[in-house]
Design a protein around this ligand. Structure first.
Ligand SMILES: [Zn+2]
Length: 188
């Protein structure tokens, strides 16, 4: 079970639910936001900033994240500043991957081995840079769940606006097997 973005609600809500189930989780943190104690903001969520729901965009602090590590969770990189990595030049891409890995390990005192690409957005070049930056695995979000190697690791994306029927479809083993078939398209 992985959570992108390090929303504070993962600490306050998801942690208790997973703890009841005896399951640890993984949080992927955009490290610059945790370090600067900034509200999370990027294309796709920033429309909430000026609403009464803005506190939902609060990011966990490194202390919060250390609490999760102490409880057996994995905390790893979601880049530094949450850009679309496929649009970055080599220099900026390397910086996002290497710096977030270093910052995560330094602030938590444990190695940072894995990465989730912002927006799940990656291609072969980005995956190769992730491998070169020292990550042992990196996760995408794609319609296809076909195994494309450790640095293009597919995940089933669950979102706040998924009604229960769609959630059930997404986690259904038969549907997941179909989505892992080579004939399933990569993009929705
Ligand atoms: Zn994200």
């Amino acid at each position: 079970m992985t959570f992108d973005d390090a929303f504070l609600s993962v600490l306050n809500l998801a942690r208790l639910i997973l703890s009841r189930l005896g399951l640890p989780g993984t949080v992927f943190v955009p490290t610059a936001f945790a370090s600067q104690r900034q509200r999370l903001r990027w294309s796709g969520i920033e429309q909430w900033l000026e609403t009464r729901d803005a506190p939902e965009l609060d990011c966990m602090s490194w202390n919060d994240l250390a609490t999760l590590v102490d409880e057996g969770w994995e905390v790893a990189s979601h880049s530094r500043s949450h850009p679309r990595l496929t649009g970055l030049d080599d220099h900026a891409l390397r910086f996002e991957l290497e710096e977030s890995r270093r910052e995560c390990a330094e602030c938590l005192g444990v190695p940072c081995d894995t990465l989730a690409y912002p927006y799940g957005d990656a291609d072969d070049r980005v995956a190769e840079f992730a491998r070169a930056a020292g990550y042992t695995a990196a996760a995408t979000l794609s319609s296809s769940l076909r195994n494309a190697g450790a640095h293009l690791w597919p995940r089933v994306g669950i979102y706040h606006d998924d009604p229960m029927w769609r959630f059930r479809l997404k986690v259904n083993p038969t549907i997941r097997r179909l989505r892992a078939h080579r004939m399933w398209p990569a993009h929705e």
